[in-house]
Design a protein around this ligand. Structure first.
Ligand code: UD1
Length: 347
């Protein structure tokens, strides 16, 4: 199977490319590299060579923006003519900063929504009707529930979230137009952290990270002097907010399970999380313990738009995908730190 991975050089994308190649898929990456680095894919190749699992690594890398319809068309046509048509797409490409999306909604709607429409138009033209879409738990109306299932209220509070909802709805309409042919999976991620245990690929945000885990690893590396914890007055056992952290390799494997399920034509929308809640202090304590590093912290006020508890009900993922998360918080902290300490400047 020849799989197109848009945004395949990003954090989740690169780990998913690795998992795909390990499972014998052929992979074509389309990435604009505006928020990612081609070196992540060099890392993927290095891991595969080291493991000696594959002799000729079937990975093609193309620099392109998914809004470039002509280029996408040429790509699909080229693969069709070569007798190896693109069979399915895993669609990561998109902008993902909450803050930026509030400042520049036009750009977010253009890249995320128009980009997805362009991609689907080309897929449709070439009768490629399998897509796994990278959605987010950020679309739930955060309400401090014990956990969110796929039927929980959808109520995004920023343009990043509204573009994810719009794409899910658009994909649903596409599916309904021809349910006998389309196979679509919307995967709603919770908080992916960690890295591949080799330390060769990982998360490399540009500038100061806004998510907690890369921020924490940069504090551990001495690049930032302390971790600000946003609020210690949440109604939780230690006063800090609770999230569902999931190892990026578990998340990557979830994409392959979803892809395999799309052989039956259907649409599915599935949470990918562990179902376990971890407070900010528990995350920091675990990181300190497994890596034997002290993290200086300071409690500050709550961050605007934050909420107390966001944890997945992952029952549907387990029953419908035959997937389950396998890696504990300890591994996320060990692997994430290995990546940061071996690559202090990222890629
Ligand atoms: C954030 C985004 C969400 C996005 C997700 C993944 C917001 C409000 N939400 O989710 O839309 O899908 O990232 O990219 O931005 N924290 C600190 N100190 C820090 C950073 C974070 O205490 O320096 C806390 C936060 O308050 C939160 C937890 O750590 O309780 C996790 O934060 P973060 O990694 O930013 O993820 P989310 O807020 O869950």
């Amino acid at each position: 199977m020849n799989i197109l991975v848009t945004g395949g050089a990003g954090f989740i994308g690169s780990h998913t490319c690795l998992a795909l190649l390990e499972q014998g898929y052929e992979v074509v990456v389309v990435d604009s590299f505006i928020n990612s680095n081609k070196k992540s894919l060099d890392g993927v190749i290095e891991i595969l060579k080291f493991n000696k699992t594959i002799k000729n690594i079937p990975l093609e890398i193309i620099k392109a923006d998914i809004r470039n319809e002509k280029l996408l068309d040429k790509l699909f046509l080229g693969y069709k003519k070569s007798g190896k048509p693109i069979n399915a797409v895993i669609h990561f490409a998109g902008l993902k900063s909450v803050k930026e999306s509030i400042l520049n909604p036009l750009n977010y709607w253009d890249v995320n929504v128009n980009g997805s429409i362009t991609l689907l138009r080309v897929m449709d033209r070439y009768k490629c009707k399998r897509i796994v879409f990278s959605s987010s738990a950020t679309i739930y109306g955060y309400s401090n529930k014990k956990s969110f299932n796929e039927n929980s209220e959808i109520k995004p509070i920023n343009p990043y979230g509204t573009t994810k909802v719009a794409i899910e709805q658009f994909l649903n309409d596409v599916y309904l137009s021809n349910p006998k042919e389309w196979g679509i999976a919307n995967l709603r991620y919770f908080n992916p952290i960690g890295a591949h245990p080799s330390g060769l690929i990982g998360e490399a945000p540009l500038g100061v990270p806004s998510n907690i885990f890369p921020y924490l690893t940069q504090v551990a590396a001495g690049k930032i002097n302390k971790l600000n914890i946003f609020g210690n007055d949440w109604p939780t056992k230690d006063g800090t907010a609770i999230r569902d952290y999931i190892h990026v390799m578990d998340l990557a494997e979830g994409h392959i399970s979803a892809l395999q399920k799309l052989n039956e034509n259907k649409i599915m929308t599935v949470n990918l999380g562990t179902g376990f809640g971890t407070s900010v202090l528990e995350l920091v304590n675990t990181f300190e313990r497994v890596n034997n590093i002290k993290i200086p912290i300071e409690f500050t006020s709550r961050r605007q738009g934050d909420c107390c508890r966001v944890v997945a009900d992952n029952t549907l993922a387990i029953s419908s995908l035959g997937w389950s998360p396998k890696r504990y918080l300890e591994e996320m902290c060990l692997d994430g730190w290995k990546w940061q300490s071996l690559n202090p400047k990222g890629y």
